[in-house]
Structures are given as structure tokens and as C-alpha cells.
Ligand binder design. Structure first.
Ligand SMILES: [Fe+2]
Length: 305
């Protein structure tokens, strides 16, 4: 595509394009922002190659798409609370040990999730900049994405019917249940993020009320609206189902890639790597959501039908 001089290259037939001729550290023109939003709506993922950013310029670029979301825990961020440190390297450049709490939190990212699903209004976009990436010969370290619009479309009618009325509880505090090595949250942090329930089938008013699957593995491993064992089994089935290659694109990082994805329609996870052997340092800006997750039985959706 050649429009406004932004050249895109398709990354896979499931999702994603790369853009090689765009400097995200500069002031971005209104028309270009609109074009990037359009590309995100169609492709859900953009990789901007060869960027040169820091926390400030990443925050500035992120603000082109909405307000910045603040991270729930101050001590896990680098500098600004709006710039999340996705890294096994400290602010001072020290390679952290795999059992450091900041690294344990990174390990939880290897479970399928969509960022900030534990909020009433989960985020729209995440924007992640690769400052230090693994060498090409290393095993793991990629970020994998699964397209939930595509996954929903491919469900059998029986499965669509089964999932339609179900929900999942997303709890920031429950990351501690999955990763017991993490320290307790403060009372304030817990109170700011009480558990929230979202529908497993998400309806998108901005996509003509199209549906997608919406669930995670990083805050809970159960689906609600049924018994515990049944809910665990269904959650496991969903994980296997959406992990199929036919829905996924695995991003192999190159240093200075800036990737941006739509949390409303994609799940993602990091492929585990040798945390003690390799340094992996990334910073993330997040575009705050302003609306709740709608399901098939939400009033706005029912009134539309
Ligand atoms: Fe994430």
C-alpha cells in the first residue's frame, strides 16, 4: 500500500503488517494517525521497523491514539508510571535474576492474555518497543498473537452456542495465585483493581457488532457460568483451540522494532526463553480503553438486535 507515503507489508494472512519508512519519534500528522488507526482496525498489528525511542518519546507517540493507561504497580515501571518495563533488565541496566519479582511478573506474560483485561475498561492498544532483544539463534523470546475474530468465526455452531452466555472473572490480584513468588499487593492497589467479570464472547459495535472470543490465562484459568471443573476444562480447551497455527502470528523481534496491537481482538503471549542467559528489555505504552467489554446479552447489543 502506498498512501500518505506509508508503505505497509503484510506479515501473515491472519494479522499484521510491517512499516519500514516511518519515524515514530517525530510529530505525527493528523492524516497519518487516521491512516494508522485504519490499518489497526483492518490488520490489528503493526510493526514499525528501526525506531529510536525512549520513555518520553514512546509516551508521546502512544498519546496520538488516546490517553495513556497507568500501570497498577509503581515499582514495576521504568521512570514514568505510564511506561511499563517489560524486561529482565533493571532501570540501571543490571541483568536481573530469574527469581527477581520483576522477572517473575514477566514470566506470567507467557500465558495467553490481552493487556489490562482486569480493568472495567480494558485497554485499546499496547505499544511495545524492543530496546534489547534476543540474538536470532536463541530459542524463544518471540511475542505470539492469536486473532480472536478469526478464532470465533471458525468455532462450530455448538461451541458458539455453548460460549455465548459465559463469562470469565479477571482479577489483577489473582496473578499472585498463578505466580506465588510475587509479593502481596498493597491494600490500595487491590482496592483500585477489584475483580471484574467480562463476557467470553465479545461484541464489537465499531465492527458492525461482529463477535470475537475474549478470555485470558494470566489472571484466571477458569470460565464462569458453569461448575469449577467444567469451567477449568473449557478454559483448557480454549487455550488449545486458539493456539492453533491457523489463528496465530509469531513476531520474531529485531532490535528497535516498535510493535502495536489491538487488545480488543488479539490475545498475545511471550514464548519462554532462557531468562538467565539472555537480556530482553522492552518498554510499553498503553492506550486506555473508555468503554466496557460488551457481550451478546449487554443492553446496548440486545437493543440493537
Ligand atoms: Fe501483555
Amino acid at each position: 500500500m502506498l498512501k500518505n507515503k506509508i508503505i505497509t507489508k503484510q506479515l501473515s494472512n491472519k494479522l499484521g503488517v510491517s512499516i519500514s519508512n516511518f519515524d515514530c519519534s517525530k510529530e505525527i500528522k493528523f492524516d497519518d494517525i487516521e491512516l494508522l488507526k485504519k490499518i489497526m482496525q483492518d490488520k490489528h498489528f503493526i510493526c514499525f521497523k528501526n525506531q529510536n525511542l525512549n520513555g518520553d518519546s514512546l509516551a508521546k507517540f502512544t498519546k496520538n491514539f488516546g490517553d495513556l493507561e497507568a500501570y497498577p504497580e509503581k515499582d514495576k515501571t521504568k521512570g514514568k508510571i505510564e511506561i511499563f518495563n517489560v524486561s529482565n533488565v533493571s532501570e540501571d541496566g543490571e541483568h536481573l535474576s530469574p527469581d527477581d519479582q520483576r522477572v517473575i511478573l514477566q514470566k506470567n506474560n507467557s500465558r495467553w492474555h490481552t493487556d489490562s483485561s482486569y480493568r472495567y475498561y480494558p485497554s485499546i492498544f499496547s505499544i511495545l518497543y524492543g530496546q534489547e532483544t534476543l540474538p536470532h539463534e536463541a530459542k524463544g523470546g518471540q511475542t505470539e498473537f492469536s486473532n480472536m475474530l478469526l478464532a470465533y468465526e471458525n468455532l462450530s455452531d455448538d461451541k458458539k452456542q455453548l460460549l455465548e452466555p459465559l463469562h470469565q472473572v479477571h482479577s489483577y490480584n489473582d496473578i499472585r495465585r498463578l505466580e506465588p513468588g510475587l509479593p502481596e499487593l498493597t491494600y490500595e492497589e487491590k482496592s483500585n483493581f477489584p475483580p471484574v467479570s467480562h463476557p467470553v464472547i465479545r461484541v464489537h459495535p465499531d465492527r458492525n457488532y461482529k463477535k470475537s472470543i475474549y478470555f485470558t490465562s494470566n489472571t484466571s484459568l477458569e470460565i464462569g457460568g458453569m461448575g469449577l471443573e467444567e469451567g477449568k476444562k473449557l478454559h483448557g480447551w480454549l487455550v488449545d483451540y486458539i493456539s492453533q497455527d491457523k489463528f496465530c502470528y509469531k513476531h520474531s523481534w529485531e532490535k528497535n522494532d516498535l510493535i502495536m496491537w489491538d487488545n480488543r481482538v488479539l490475545l498475545h503471549r511471550v514464548i519462554p526463553y532462557d531468562y538467565s542467559k539472555y537480556r530482553r528489555a522492552m518498554i510499553r505504552g498503553t492506550v486506555e480503553g473508555k468503554v466496557p467489554v460488551l457481550g451478546p446479552f449487554s443492553n446496548e447489543v440486545r437493543l440493537k438486535a
